[in-house]
Design a protein around this ligand. Structure first.
Ligand code: HAM
Length: 426
């Protein structure tokens, strides 16, 4: 080839390839989460990655970081404003209303990539993955308790310790409004101690000031009125029963009155699971109740609760533990000579018929016995299967163990399925 070397291209900043060495951990996490979710009767829903921008504005809130500055929005060829989904709740609610899934209690779950134009750092990416849960049609604290118990079971299943649970109640709209007035008047008296961002938020979304990472503002917040003192009777009773449910189940938690969440749709119960070992981006699971969202998006008033797991963060916790089960190759089939090479793929097909779980590579591309055998060895397979002219003529195949001592033996082609029935690795 001539001419200047083509420039290589790279993945977009904050968006990552998940390479084969690491997909085992992802699969372990996804498989176990799915088993737990199915064990609680949750059904999977899949929605598009792209939705009209308005859906996210109306659900997450116009004056949130996500909508103000983090969405991947673009104009479609016909002029509609579309966005890559920054989270799954909005799409799930949209789909549930559209397909009539909110009329009876429904337990749904989903997984997939989400997109937010945040500043990339460890644990924070521009494309990241969530497994999320949304439950429609149940208003009581019992279902809030169930979703937390489900996450606790998932941590146990994955062998994850050192996660702590923070909970709070955001009350109802009018309770929040009353609290917001008190908070704003308190903070206005301390303006000189607030960072610029918090001063801006004071005007647009004052509850978010509670969430500040700025030390001076945090000191001011420590003396601020507490939201839990503004809860009405019913919200208080809901929260008390939620807490009592967690106590009864032996799930430890801390009430964090400053836990406000970065999305506007929440009311009453909110919670986060935090892994302190992960540093600044330690929240691995977050969610809560959002009883007004279905109606605000045009559905019948329907109570709802849900959460989402941040998979990248969970995978990095799993990396510290034992490696996932080996899903290596069982066999690598090599064929020497024209006749065997012409037959090899067909022999492999017969073998797959007889032993559907077999993990088998059939060598392609020809070459000498020696070079093929080297490839078999490098593949990590447990056995090399050797098909030569002589074996082909006699209806047998040579079987040579690659990972342990042992001579090459011969197995009749029609007995290979039985041979591998007791030897496949999964
Ligand atoms: P969220 O708190 O925005 O909530 O995200 C949930 C989790 O996704 C976070 O706790 C974190 O683990 C992960 N996550 C968020 N942003 C990033 C990022 N840039 N990079 C890596 N991981 C990230 C929601 O998305 C709500 N939809 C949860 C929910 C469902 N509430 C009710 N139902």
């Amino acid at each position: 080839m001539h001419g200047p070397a083509a420039q290589t291209l790279q993945a977009i900043r904050g968006m990552h390839d998940i390479l084969p060495e690491r997909t085992g951990l992802w699969q372990t996490l996804e498989d176990r989460a799915r088993a737990v979710l199915e064990g609680y009767g949750y059904q999977e829903i899949r929605t598009p990655l792209v939705e009209v921008t308005d859906l996210f504005k109306r659900s997450i809130g116009e004056v949130t970081d996500i909508v103000e500055k983090e969405m991947y929005s673009f104009e479609d060829r016909n002029g509609d404003s579309l966005s890559l989904r920054p989270e799954g709740t909005a799409s799930c609610v949209r789909a549930a209303i559209e397909h009539g899934l909110v009329s009876a209690p429904r337990r749904l779950w989903y997984r997939g990539p989400m997109f937010r134009h945040e500043r990339p750092q460890k644990g924070r990416y521009r494309q990241f993955h969530q497994i999320g849960v949304e439950v429609f049609g149940l208003a009581g604290p019992d279902i809030d308790q169930e979703v937390v118990l489900l996450t606790q079971r998932l941590w146990d299943t994955l062998g994850l310790r050192n996660l702590r649970l923070e909970i709070n109640s955001l009350g109802e709209g009018d309770e929040r409004a009353a609290y917001r007035r008190e908070l704003v008047s308190y903070l206005e008296g301390k303006l000189e101690y607030l960072d610029a961002d918090s001063r801006r938020r004071l005007r647009t979304n004052p509850l978010r000031v509670l969430d500040t990472k700025h030390p001076d503002t945090q000191a001011v917040i420590a003396g601020a009125p507490r939201f839990l003192d503004y809860l009405g009777e019913e919200s208080q009773a809901h929260f008390d029963r939620f807490c009592a449910g967690l106590d009864a189940a032996g799930v430890g938690y801390e009430v964090n009155p400053r836990l406000v969440r970065g999305l506007d749709y929440y009311n009453r119960t909110v919670f986060e699971w935090i892994a302190d070992g992960l540093g600044a981006q330690g929240t691995v699971c977050a969610g809560g109740r959002y009883d007004t969202l279905v109606a605000r998006l045009g559905g019948r008033p329907t109570p709802a609760v849900g959460f989402a797991l941040g998979l990248e963060r969970l995978v990095s916790m799993l990396e510290a533990g034992p490696p996932p089960p080996d899903k290596g190759l069982d066999a690598y089939l090599i064929a020497v000579g024209d006749g065997p090479q012409a037959k090899a793929l067909l022999v492999a097909e017969t073998l797959r018929d007889a032993s559907p779980r077999l993990r088998l590579i059939c060598h392609c591309g020809g070459g000498s016995f020696k070079s093929q055998f080297k490839k078999a060895d490098r593949s990590g397979a447990r056995y090399a299967l050797v098909l030569g002219e002589d074996e082909l003529a006699r209806g047998v195949i040579g079987v040579k163990p690659l990972r342990e001592e042992g001579e090459q033996s011969e197995v009749a082609l029609d007995q290979l399925g039985a041979f591998f029935a007791t030897r496949t690795s999964n």
